[in-house]
Design a protein around this ligand. Sequence first.
Ligand code: DAT
Length: 207
Amino acid sequence: MPRRYPNIILTGTPGVGKTTTAQQLVELSKAPETSPASHVPLKHLSINKIAKEQNFYDSYDEELETNVVDEDKLLDHVEELIADGDGEGGWVIDWHVCDIFPERWADLVVVLRCEDTQVFYERLTSDNKAETGEKRGYEGKKLQENIDAEIFGVILDEAKEAWPNEGQVVELPSVQAEQIEENAEWIWAWCQQWVQDNAGRSNGVNG
Ligand code: DAT
């Protein structure tokens, strides 16, 4: 059955602002001024959180100081989650990896970018993770690899390869604080438009 609400993958290098943006987006979708016609219930699906809670870790990469996720276990679990509620959609899937997800899971892939290297460096070394509030404190190889990945747009390339159709992948800048809200609003408007364009598909009405 077609989805009633769109699924979005929100991706980008760690520290670009995925969690903060996803949280704002979900808040926007709950705003009381939303009219019933434009009601799009969005749910934040943090893959980091799931991997941690379900302990989907395979091993630990000492060099990159990071847990390695068992992708098969993770995909099975997320597939079950998003099939819930008759697969009505409305999931905002937030992770720094996107190309392991099946193409059919997402109606839009948003890649957040922080192309100001100084700002990004400061975020990775000093900022707190929006997810847990803990210091990110990246250093050494982990810091360098993430900075390089952001400079070269690695995740954007991966997203474009996995979702090759025109308009499926959108790149949004996330350097300045006000861009968090602008991006959340842009995605929110896109969701409402999607629902309008797809109305009737899921209720048996054929135009
Ligand atoms: P991610 O989920 O991509 O790892 P995050 O949402 O945890 O990133 O954000 C990391 C930190 O950077 C957090 O302290 C909030 C801050 N931040 C994110 N996007 C920002 C932006 N556009 N401007 C200023 N600060 C931002």
